[in-house]
Design a protein around this ligand. Sequence first.
Ligand SMILES: NC(=O)c1ccc[n+]([C@@H]2O[C@H](COP(=O)([O-])OP(=O)(O)OC[C@H]3O[C@@H](n4cnc5c(N)ncnc54)[C@H](O)[C@@H]3O)[C@@H](O)[C@H]2O)c1
Length: 374
Amino acid sequence: MRVGVPTEIKTDEYRVSLTPAGVRELVEHGHDVIIQAGAGVGSTIPDEEFTAQGARIAPDAKSVFDEAEMVLGVKEPQPEEVAMLRPDHLLFTYLHLAPDPELTRGLVDSGATCVAYETVVDEHGRLPLLAPMSEVAGKIATQAGAFFLERPLGGRGVLLGGVPGVAAATVMVIGGGVVGMNAAFIAMGMEADVFVFDRNIDRLRELDVAFGGRASTVYSSTLAVEEMLPRADLVIGAVLVHGARAPYVIKRDQLSLMRERAVLVDVSIDQGGCFETSRPTTHSDPVYEVDGVTHYCVANMPGAVPVTSTFALTNATLPYVLALADLGLEGAIETMPGLRPGVNVAQGKVTHPAVAEGTGMEYTPVQDVLSVTA
Ligand SMILES: NC(=O)c1ccc[n+]([C@@H]2O[C@H](COP(=O)([O-])OP(=O)(O)OC[C@H]3O[C@@H](n4cnc5c(N)ncnc54)[C@H](O)[C@@H]3O)[C@@H](O)[C@H]2O)c1
């Protein structure tokens, strides 16, 4: 198969969807790899490292899309990339379609088959291709929150860990999945008082064991959230309902319960945001203020640390990339059934129920458009 890797063009995105190690594996499996010139530079991978492992370098994105059968990406395709997609293309990247009817319509109209990293599952129902980026985003969430709590940056002017004789700051994490747990561990490391909220009791049990008494777990009812908001210096939103638009866990009128100049970090912004007042921001302009509360809502947080993120992401995606290249999508789904819920759009149809619901478009089961068993 001809596998293409275009340069990421989303604002402040420096990751790349394949490393030289991935090129080597694909070439050893008999595939052709076409990399856009400079695609790895943001992750400190020069073109020569790709060619040394057998890749070809193409001058621009158009040449990559023209030649490739499978296009690999990191972030969702931007409009000029959607315009280059063809019905025979297999696109494998993050898509986050549920809150984005416009992009979903574009992919449907392209006729391409689009597999989203974030809805591929493993044998335990977890999200193996979201997890590495969630680990990174969770760790950044606390770092960014601590930074924007500094007074010159508009924050309350409180140090997360406090000092002897002065209490630590209070960090509230809503959603105790991969992002939430990593955010909590960094907050604990910075010696804050940490409270993790979730609605899944089994998950709260796991977290309780993992925290070993260094952070508290709370069942996330509306009342419990409202009782904690007046105490919180930093609130990190990290909820996810697989594939679906994020639910609002803080509404606009609840901001009035918060301290002046407290900080909200909405990691779930890529699924539409879990605070009603959230809107996507970029690394170049990451924060804004609503009702005296700082909002940090960067939709591609791991893009800030591309050297870590590129390798963490591609370690996880490579087995799937190899299966797709070796067997094609239908064959790969037979051997890796967790790829099946990854298929969000195929042959002009929306094939993921949560994406159909989020975008208000019609749902068509995968088996109605691909030759896979029902
Ligand atoms: N902004 C970024 O750059 C970035 C990077 C990585 C991940 N993310 C996003 O972060 C979010 C979390 O990802 P994850 O990997 O931690 O997901 P996850 O599935 O591991 O965890 C989500 C948790 O949210 C909990 N939850 C769901 N609804 C809830 C509610 N109403 N109240 C409280 N808890 C609730 C679930 O029980 C689960 O434990 C996702 O939207 C993901 O796309 C964003």
